[in-house]
Design a protein around this ligand. Structure first.
Ligand SMILES: [Zn+2]
Length: 487
């Protein structure tokens, strides 16, 4: 048996307005190549960098949310290497004094330790046109603030790695530090994995050879690549072969990892302190001010949604993962407070449950794969709450409710207006309902005869006819009761 030891290196582009060391716009959606560039981020001689304070604050904020120690003294360093997408010939990064160290994030009650989080600048990007014997360089991304987070090798499975990365993405988004979109490359996950032999239960032999996996562009792929690598390395070790120290990539179609390059001796980046930027010093008040800006984090929200609204695990998860939907839900609940007798907590709870169910299954269903966004959602929380109240008080029945909901989402209209305009209100008037039932009985004498002869299916048919005649606005139980009474 082998025990996998997995560590992650995660890069996230910060969503600051401007780049890390110049005032160029930081816009990952800019399509025009080399549009957001200047003398500084293209490394013209004689230019000097100025550090973006917003980026520094965002990294500190992330560190605080992830239980890190924040450095009192920090600095930037030069990491020297040559690559065509790196105009300066070095990257400004942080070496021995990262902004944040020794944190952790709990995943399923297990602490995954975070070794460090530091701040650096992103590189430009290269484009290799099909069939051309040259490459193109786009420096829009050069100098964009990039946060690098390194975990300790505490992760033991592909699933755990995926959960960790997903939770981290949520935290970045809740903190508002990064959009962390993996498909757009705004968040990038690299995996380090090695297997060690478990000699006796609970006893692990020395660590095996480390393999690095890069270019993983989704959470699903992170999990799959790790699972694949555990299998591949186990099979190698079982057959007496050696695992090679190397960097591997992920082949999306074949769903396998493949060797990209064998690792040379550790690269010497000749780090030294960046002479063009002053060292950083943070006093306690500065850190405290940043800390005070941290709002509710995903895990706190999960707990609160369960205790405050009585939601189950799964529903709470939906609202936590879709922040906008969660906020909308809370607005609806506060509206419900006004509609529903607050002294009756049980009644409020059941209305809240109703609202949660309609949002999670019906609204999400109607949106049909499109992500919920309150800004583009026509239906206001007030109207949604009123709609829930109408169902709750049985003014409309569930079949009608679904039609009302579609109408409200399309037009943004008031539910009571929609219900009245279509005459969809539940038929309260027994006399009127009786009249309709008598009409149905007259028209369907054969079914009535069948029922009298003991064919119970006939009553089903008759109530179907009544429901159709009332266009779903009658209470089915009451219809049946009256039918039986009259016949
Ligand atoms: Zn610039």
């Amino acid at each position: 048996m082998y025990k996998p030891t997995i560590g992650l290196e995660i890069h996230a582009e910060l969503n600051t307005k401007s780049k890390m060391f110049c005032s160029c716009k930081n816009d990952p959606d800019e399509k025009r190549p080399n549009f957001n560039i200047c003398e500084v981020c293209t490394a013209q001689p004689g230019t000097l960098p100025v550090a973006n304070e917003e980026a520094i604050k965002k990294v500190i904020k992330t560190g605080l949310a992830l239980n890190c120690n924040i450095a009192e003294n920090s600095k930037f360093d030069r990491k020297n290497y040559f690559y065509p997408d790196l105009p300066k010939g070095y990257q400004i990064s942080q070496y021995d004094q990262p902004l944040c160290e020794n944190g952790y994030l709990e995943i399923d009650d297990r602490k995954i330790r975070i070794r460090r989080i530091h701040l650096e600048e992103d590189t430009g990007s290269l484009l290799h046109p099909d069939g051309a014997d040259y490459s193109l360089v786009n420096l829009n991304r050069a100098g964009v603030p990039l946060m690098e987070l390194v975990t300790e090798p505490d992760i033991t499975s592909g699933q755990e790695a995926r959960k960790f990365a997903e939770e981290l993405q949520l935290i970045f988004r809740y903190l508002g530090v990064s959009d962390a979109d993996m498909e757009k490359g705004l968040m990038r996950v690299e995996v380090n994995i090695s297997l060690s032999k478990t000699t006796r239960p609970g006893l692990v032999g020395k660590l095996g050879t480390k393999v690095e996996i890069k270019n993983l562009n989704s959470f699903r792929v992170v999990q799959k690549a790790i699972d694949f690598e555990i299998k591949r390395q186990s099979e190698l070790l079982d057959s007496g072969e050696k695992v090679v120290l190397e960097t591997r990539g992920w082949h999306d179609k074949k769903e396998i990892t493949f060797s990209q390059r064998e690792k040379e001796e550790a690269h010497d980046y000749r780090y030294f302190p960046e002479p063009d930027l002053p060292p950083l010093h943070f006093d306690v008040e500065y850190i405290e001010r940043i800390k005070a800006e941290i709002m509710e984090l995903p895990q706190q929200k999960r707990e609160r949604f369960k205790s405050e609204y009585g939601l189950d695990e799964k529903s709470a998860e939906v609202f936590v993962n879709n922040k906008s939907l969660g906020e909308y839900f809370e607005k609806v609940v506060s509206e419900l407070d006004e509609w529903i007798d607050q002294k009756n907590n049980k009644e409020l709870r059941s209305a809240i449950k109703l609202a949660s169910n309609y949002l999670i299954s019906d609204v999400i269903g109607i949106l049909n794969g499109k992500e919920f966004n309150e800004k583009s959602f026509k239906l206001t929380p007030e109207n949604f709450a009123e709609f829930i109240k109408m169902i709750h008080k049985k003014e409309i029945l569930s079949k009608v409710a679904k039609m009302v909901l579609v109408e409200m989402i399309n037009t943004g209209e008031d539910p009571s207006e929609i219900v009245d305009a279509n005459n969809w209100r539940q038929m309260e008037d027994s006399a009127e309902l009786e009249k309709t039932i008598k009409g149905v009985i007259l028209k369907n004498q054969k079914a009535v005869e069948d029922y009298r002869k003991g064919n119970t299916n006939a009553i089903q048919f008759l109530s179907g006819q009544v429901m159709a005649a009332t266009r779903g606005t009658a209470d089915p139980e009451k219809v049946r009761e009256l039918l039986e009474k009259i016949i």
